[in-house]
Design a protein around this ligand. Structure first.
Ligand code: F0G
Length: 363
């Protein structure tokens, strides 16, 4: 049954429907990483790996809700702009619901695994000669004209589903550590997750299930080449200034106009969090470090650990803190980035002596 009370629907009380179009999203691991914790120098470090969702990113949590709402509304065509993961998730959930999907991608700037997913799940893929922000402008116009139902994170039902990331973190962390984390560090693109986690925690506070002083400090990380949110936090601006030229190897967060900023900026400020920009080199280092702990993530995901490292060095994060880093997408999403960051293969002859000689360094 495509409509069932599984996955994130365990948290139906916090969601706008009782059940959705599910592929058993959610329930992702909260890994312990003692070596990385010692390396970073914090009290506790755990990695919430959202790459372990059905399509390999956190987007599934939003789509299970958003596509169900679209189905109830009886819309004919689902659409999104995407740096890749949203399109992969929409295509999968759309096909599970038997609905037509249209995705607009920035031409040449989407990692191979994500395009492959959208393609095999049967989406119509439009490659736009522009960046992600231009794609989002276009798809909003399409939706406004009634041509499609918008499933970007501007759609509030998406963010309702993504609240379950925060709910799962608190539940697991409380069970294991008898407390809640001081801080959650997450990569920021459109700032949907930042907004969703903040909403989840505010609702818990309102329900009396979380003390206001215990709300984890929401800490956003952007790539230095696409960091309008960091700029707004650093300058204390009331709104984010759109960056027209953005560039980073972490293509998932190659975004200059974070549309959820009005909801996310208060989340960072009112929880006492922070925002930090990291270089592509630091992102790759963090991707290798995570992989060295057995956790395979795509570049954008590694931004969280890279940001935590930087904030520790800068003294913004203290050594006594309990921290959770969110890793948002799986390694296989971007095989080219993984291969570029990893070891190179070696050509050997087809005989054992030759292989042994090679391993001994004799050839
Ligand atoms: N990490 C990954 C792997 C992502 O795919 C995204 C966003 C983010 C982080 C940023 O999350 O927008 O909630 O701040 N990807 C979108 C997409 C834009 O189209 O797949 P955010």
């Amino acid at each position: 049954d495509a409509f069932a009370g599984e996955g994130v629907w365990r948290y139906a009380d916090a969601l706008p429907l009782d059940r959705g179009v599910t592929i058993q999203e959610g329930g992702t691991p909260l890994y312990r990483v003692p070596e990385l914790r010692d390396d970073v120098g914090v009290e506790t470090l755990r990695i919430k790996h959202e790459g372990m969702n059905p399509t390999g990113s956190f987007k599934d949590r939003g789509m299970t809700v958003g596509v169900a709402v679209a189905h109830e509304l009886g819309v004919e065509r689902l659409a999104c702009a995407s740096t890749g993961n949203t399109s992969a998730a929409l295509s999968a959930y759309g096909s599970r619901a038997g609905m037509e999907t249209l995705v607009l991608l920035p031409a040449g700037k989407v990692a191979a695994g994500k395009v492959a997913q959208a393609s095999l799940h049967g989406a119509r893929i439009l490659e736009v000669d522009g960046n992600f922000d231009a794609c989002l402008d276009l798809v909003q116009e399409l939706a406004a004209r009634g041509e499609a139902y918008l499933l970007n994170s501007l759609n509030p039902f998406r963010l309702e589903g993504q609240k379950t990331i925060g709910l799962e973190i608190l539940e697991r962390f409380r069970a294991d550590h008898d407390t809640v984390p001081d801080r959650i560090v997450l990569p920021v693109g459109n700032a949907g997750n930042t907004a969703a986690l903040y909403k989840a925690f505010r609702e818990l506070v309102q329900a009396g299930d979380l003390a206001v002083d215990d709300v984890p400090k929401l800490t956003g990380v952007q790539a230095a080449g696409a960091a309008p949110m960091v700029e707004a936090i650093e300058t204390g601006a009331g709104a984010v200034r759109r960056w027209d030229d953005v560039e980073t190897r972490a293509t998932a967060i190659r975004i200059g106009n974070p549309v959820n900023a009005p909801k996310a900026l208060p989340g960072i400020r009112e929880t006492g969090g922070a925002a930090v920009a990291v270089s592509d080199a630091a992102i790759t280092d963090a991707q290798r470090a995570l992989a060295g702990a057995g956790i395979g993530v795509e570049p954008a995901s590694a931004a969280s650990l890279a940001g935590l490292r930087k904030l520790r060095e800068d003294g913004v994060v203290g050594s006594e803190e309990d921290v959770v880093c969110l890793t948002t997408g799986h390694l296989l999403k971007d095989p080219d980035a993984a291969a570029a960051a990893g070891t190179e293969s070696e050509l050997v002859p087809d005989d054992l002596d030759g292989v042994l000689a090679h391993l001994d360094g004799r050839t």
